[in-house]
Design a protein around this ligand. Structure first.
Ligand code: X8Z
Ligand code: ZN
Length: 599
């Protein structure tokens, strides 16, 4: 009986479809897209407003309000993703077909359609992000001595006492442990949602957003990493040697992996704060932007004005008045906020804002450019239909501000009046090293977070293995080990914003590859004949219009077309960053002669 039923039902369904429910037409598809776009735009804006309030004012209530708004957006996203499949094979215009495809892969957190489960997923997501936002290390449990992430960041950047570094490192990493159970539940719900949408798991959904089959994308990422790995290994070897000189052989081994608390950053993701330890003796450029900004008593808004000024020099309109009224630029004293820097377009048109607890230093100077890159991108594509109001791929969104920041050259600082005279080219190794400590050091970190999450989503890493697998990957890609044995309960991925906040991370790896391709393409458009690290596109009309044309496309076309516009190539390519740093790589190889490389 059962067997017959199973055979009969599909036959009956297809008969019904053929007979009564006529195959949807191109016009049906267009109408469906039109109403989906209108509905999603409205729900996205409502969720955005609620989330803005939540992360500017973390309380039980704002968390609940944001969760509900987000839940409505997710439910609609799931519904439209499913309905989009009804139009498979429809003979509609190209833009409609692209939108149907985009609808199917749009969500980052796909929740199950069961309302109880989708509410639970939204609640967990809001609560995990808030937990990170509230995260603190209170030495000895003393509530009056708690350190927030800004203070932790400052200590990791400046302190050179390995004992203190270890203590603070362990203190911050403890914020992850209480998140583990919720994180595990969120993964389960998200996977259930992904399977409803016919993806094997959420990782496969994340990898499906790149105009190519998801497996090809995973291979593409591996290929890019293999292109840049030799450069990272040289930098790692040189840093290990210098750290060993600075901290001694008891703290830093001669070969093998290095403890992760010594890199001037709580996650060891960017090492630019190590520059004073690593600086070449005879090639230090002799200035540092942090001291210049501090000496001039630059405040947070003035830092943002510098960033805005770069974009307007390229022909972008100034930021709207509301940007200055609504953005959060410094950490409020009287309430909990999510201080991890972010850029917003609350109405998906021009309600642009950033939320950032700005400190007056070089790191935040470039992060401001990074954030404004998001804002200027968002406004550039705001005349596209809703489903195309996004970057060509997510790596592009992360790369635009960074591309502009690559133009913060000594010559540019001279133009702004921040520096009296640009250092002689004999000091270029110092400039390149400083930049590499930011950009090259980041590459394996940018890669490993989603290597971990993809496996977590796939079930290849079980909750019991969360932490061990995390450190296996940090060892494999970064050549690092935890500075002390991790407790059984540790959940170190939770100490990194994007994990509890559920923000995909491969985008940053791609951005670090892409920004060098963009910088090269735009510098060529600007007619720069200098070595690339001395090229600045500041004030250049040709580079500006090339950039704007690519940004205005939004997500309307497959990303290789936008890449072609910007960089004259259709493939992401690690050789741009390799050639940018070629003189440094050669120098590093010399420094590393006779010393161990790798781990
Ligand atoms: O999260 C960010 C930006 C916001 S999209 C500040 N970044 C990554 C990080 O901080 O981990 C920029 C570089 C990598
Ligand atoms: Zn960003």
């Amino acid at each position: 009986m059962m067997g017959m039923k199973a055979l009969l039902v599909p036959a009956l369904v297809s008969l019904l479809l053929a007979g009564c429910a006529a195959k949807p037409s191109a016009e049906d598809a267009r109408k469906f897209i039109e109403s989906a776009e209108a509905d999603l735009l409205k729900l996205a804006n409502e969720a955005s407003q609620a989330q803005w309030v939540q992360s500017n004012f973390i309380t039980t209530d704002t968390e609940a309000i944001a969760a509900r708004a987000n839940e409505r957006f997710i439910q609609a996203g799931v519904k439209y993703a499913k309905e989009a499949a009804r139009f498979d094979g429809v003979n509609a215009p190209e833009d409609v077909l692209r939108k149907l495809k985009l609808l199917k892969v749009a969500l980052t957190l796909p929740a199950p359609s069961d309302p109880k489960k989708s509410a639970e997923a939204a609640r967990l997501a809001a609560s995990l992000e808030a937990a990170y936002g509230k995260g603190k290390y209170c030495p000895g449990g003393d509530q009056s001595k708690c350190l927030n992430i800004d203070e932790i960041t400052r200590i990791m950047a400046a302190c050179r006492d390995p004992k203190r570094l270890l203590e603070v490192w362990e203190g911050w990493h403890a914020v992850g442990a209480p998140m583990k159970e919720d994180y595990k539940k969120l993964i389960e719900l998200s996977n259930e949602g992904a399977r409803e949408l016919a993806f094997p798991d959420t990782g496969a959904l994340w990898r499906s957003k790149y105009d190519m089959p998801p497996d090809d994308f995973a291979k593409e990422v591996d290929r890019l990493w293999e292109q840049v790995r030799p450069l990272y290994e040289q930098l790692h070897a040189y840093a290990r040697w210098k750290l060993r000189e600075a901290y001694g052989p008891q703290v830093v081994p001669e070969k093998g992996p290095v403890p992760a608390h010594l890199f001037g950053n709580i996650w060891a993701q960017q090492w630019d704060n190590l520059y004073p330890i690593l600086a070449p003796k005879d090639a230090d450029p002799g200035y540092d932007l942090t001291s210049i900004l501090k000496a001039r008593k630059t405040d947070a808004a003035a830092m943002v004005r510098y960033g805005e000024g770069f974009f307007t020099s390229l022909g972008f309109a100034p930021l709207p008045k509301t940007f200055w009224e609504r953005s959060l630029l410094t950490r409020p004293r009287d309430r909990e906020v999510v201080c991890h820097a972010s850029a917003w377009d609350v109405d998906n048109v021009d309600d642009l804002r950033i939320k950032m607890c700005i400190e007056i230093n070089e790191d935040d100077f470039s992060t401001i450019h990074h954030e404004l890159g998001h804002n200027f991108y968002q406004r550039a594509y705001n005349r596209q239909p809703y489903l195309f109001r996004d970057s060509a791929n997510d790596g592009f969104h992360e790369a635009i501000g960074d591309t502009v920041a690559l133009s913060i050259t000594p010559e540019y600082l001279v133009k702004l009046g921040l520096l009296a005279k640009a250092p002689d080219p004999a000091k270029d190794i110092g400039l390149l090293l400083r930049r590499a400590l930011d950009k090259v050091a980041f590459l394996p970190f940018g890669l490993l977070i989603d290597q971990w999450r993809w496996k977590v989503f796939r079930g290849e890493i079980t909750p019991e293995q969360y932490n061990k697998a995390w450190w296996d990957l940090r060892l494999k890609y970064q050549g690092m080990i935890p500075p002390s044995a991790r407790p059984e309960t540790a959940f170190d991925p939770g100490a990194k914003y994007h994990v509890p906040a559920n923000v995909p991370y491969t985008r940053y790896f791609l951005a670090h590859i892409l920004q060098f391709q963009f910088h090269k393409g735009l510098s060529e458009a600007a007619g720069c004949k200098e070595p690339l690290h001395r090229c600045s596109i500041y004030g250049n009309e040709a580079a500006g219009s090339r950039l704007r044309a690519a940004l205005e496309m939004g997500m309307s076309r497959p990303w290789p077309e936008a890449l072609e516009k910007l960089a004259g190539a259709r493939q992401m390519d690690g050789s741009a960053i390799r050639s940018y740093f070629a003189p440094l790589e050669e120098w590093l190889k010399k420094q590393n002669e006779g010393k161990p490389v790798g781990w």
